[in-house]
Design a protein around this ligand. Structure first.
Ligand code: SAM
Ligand code: SF4
Length: 326
């Protein structure tokens, strides 16, 4: 499957639920996000049909995200279904709160790659950023996950007023425990994201300078499934550090991804809300071939050339529709 700008689409991000047990201040409004009812969410058999359609169209990397995907009870079954389809890379992005309970079963379902959000190693600061998150519990979940899931990457959203001073300590923590780590510029998605961007934006160049002052960084060649991060190996360790720069350096020309929301909507770009409902046609009896044709045709004509949240914040997607799934 490709688009009119010559890009091949091989990466699908699947928001299995819009619900979340954290309220990170760059992502979620204070009162939380709208709660969809069960019939509005895609049901297990519907998810499996949709995943089958996307695999048939050439998706080779599926990332399960949210909201918080560990709140979704059928996560293991969806991972097992993606594996049975032959998807080459399957990953999950989580806030880590439920990892202690769920990591072993996810590993058993075949999960080999996990991204865990960790914006601070200071318990009070972590609680402030996530609006109540329990750092100790996340760290326990991470330690357990490390024993059963081979590849773990930490995601850090850069926030000037909060965690900029912790960048070196976060890299040291990742290296000491065998995790990869990536730093992400905060994006103005939704009202929470816009407020944070205005107040706390830090470019990855600034974070990279802080890391380089302590560690020699060796560039890592890009693999076929790699995302937009510039990656470096920390000399003398197995740890890699990545820098994702959606604001300071536009990487849309290499974009290979589309998204599915929890309500079965296909969305073409991480920074916009435009998309097409797939659940309605599926529930109305559309065949596998008809769904493939619909997705192929809409992606080709509708995927935009680039995100517009830098120059047109009004078109930025409400974040509850557009979870990033880093
Ligand atoms: N709840 C899971 C988590 O936190 O990892 C998965 C969903 S979350 C939306 C996926 C990633 O998007 C997280 O790493 C989060 O930090 C990042 N994210 C959310 N809002 C963001 C924003 N405004 N700018 C940059 N990254 C953001
Ligand atoms: Fe929830 Fe993840 Fe958003 Fe934080 S970043 S509020 S954990 S979805």
């Amino acid at each position: 499957m490709g688009d009119r700008f010559g890009r091949r689409i091989s990466y699908l991000r699947v928001s299995l639920t819009e619900h979340c047990n954290f309220r990170c201040r760059y992502c979620s409004p204070l009162g939380g996000t709208p709660r969809f009812t069960r019939p509005e969410h895609a049901q297990p058999a519907e998810w499996d049909r949709l995943l089958t359609v996307f695999h048939a169209l050439g998706i080779r990397h599926m990332r399960f995200t949210g909201g918080e995907p560990l709140l979704y009870p059928g996560l293991g079954e969806r991972i097992a279904h993606a594996r049975a389809l032959g998807v080459e890379r399957i990953s999950v992005s989580t806030n880590g709160y439920l990892l202690e309970r769920r990591a072993p079963a996810l590993a058993e379902a075949g999960l080999a790659r996990l991204n865990v959000s960790l914006d601070s190693l200071d318990a009070a600061r972590f609680a402030a950023i996530t609006r109540g998150g329990d750092l100790e519990r996340v760290l326990r979940g991470l330690a357990l996950a490390r024993t059963v899931i081979p590849r773990i990457k930490l995601n850090v959203v850069l926030l000037r007023g909060d965690n900029l001073s912790e960048v070196p300590a976060l890299v040291a923590f990742a290296c000491a425990h065998g995790y990869d780590i990536q730093f992400i510029e905060t994006m103005p998605l939704g009202s929470a994201g816009a407020a944070t961007r205005a107040r706390d934006y830090v470019s990855v160049a600034e974070a990279q300078a802080l890391v380089s002052a302590r560690h020699a960084l060796q560039p890592v060649a890009r693999g076929p499934h790699d995302g937009p991060a510039r990656r470096f190996r920390v000399a003398g360790s197995e740890c890699t550090v990545g820098f994702v720069s959606p604001i300071s350096e536009n990487f849309c020309s290499g974009c290979n991804r589309v998204r599915l929301t929890a309500t079965g909507r296909l969305v073409y770009c991480l920074g916009q809300d435009d998309g097409v409902d797939l659940l309605g046609p599926l529930r109305a009896g559309a065949s596998h071939e008809a769904l493939c044709d619909l997705v192929r045709e809409r992606v080709f004509h509708e995927k935009p050339e680039r995100h517009t949240f830098n120059d047109d914040p009004a078109r930025a997607a409400p974040v509850y529709m557009m979870r990033l799934g880093g």
